[in-house]
Ligand binder design. Sequence first.
Ligand code: PEP
Ligand code: MN
Length: 324
Amino acid sequence: MIYSFESDGSEFDDFIGILSDQSLDYEVIKRDKIVVRIFGCVNDDLRQRLDRASGRSSRITLKKTGEESISISNFTTGEKLFIAGPCSVESEEQLETTARFLSGLGIKYLRGGAFKPRTNSNSFQGLGRTGLKIISSVAKKYNMKVVTEVMDRSQLDDVAHYADIIQVGSRNMFNYSLLTALGAVAGPVLLKRGMAATIDEWVHASDYIRKGGNEQIILCERGIRTFEPRTRFTLDILAVTIARKLSGLPVIVDVSHAAGQRDLVPPLIRASLAAGADGIMVEVHPDPEKALSDGSQSMTFDGFESVFNQIKEIKFGVPTNRDA
Ligand code: PEP
Ligand code: MN
């Protein structure tokens, strides 16, 4: 079970007092907020006492599929989120060229992985903290926001320092320890769907972040593994509608990882927007053939500009937290 507190104080002390009287192990994660993760069995009586002491119910957020209560205003203010940039931060020059191009089109969110989850351990692993510094300084220069991935709790201090939106990759959707820690972060988290996760598993995963006290969550459909070998993954377009209904959270689509090849990206952008996605993530590279990761699915500047021109009447912007 997970509980959250805005800060320490008497409410938190009382809560810990109750826990300390029990023979239960627990972990306290202090960042912008405080998350308490309880191990062991919590009976109904204790759960009610903890709910009362924390002033929060350990409710289950998952709704029934038929339920209509969509409240995407939890995070967005109506503008759609458009995130673009290379798969990996490779160099200052690569990112600078990309950011100049994208910001020229009015795109506000720059992606680029500094810590890369690579299938082959011999592949480029990202530039690490050097990459974070590059994306942060380039984004600042072009008045853009940083979207970058955290793979592990050990990287959270660094990534949270530089990222405006912290990305949790497909391979980490089931990393409950990382998700719990993200509850204690003040900024938004982009939670990608596990490539072999059901929609319910994905929404339940978001609850780890939410119960930890961070309600700024954006879900990201990025394709799932099916029997179809012609594409890298199969984009589950209905997951956009279903996950939003179940969670009340905004759902965007990463079109690049589903497609796996750049010529398939434009139809997926159009399809995702037609299906009501709250935003798009797309990989763009100044020289995709030379990219250190995901080159074959990365769009060239020319290719990207022509598809972006088809959709530019849509208002893409900087969604702000309703409560901010
Ligand atoms: C990425 O965004 O580059 C990435 C690794 O995506 P995913 O986690 O969806 O595979
Ligand atoms: Mn990638």
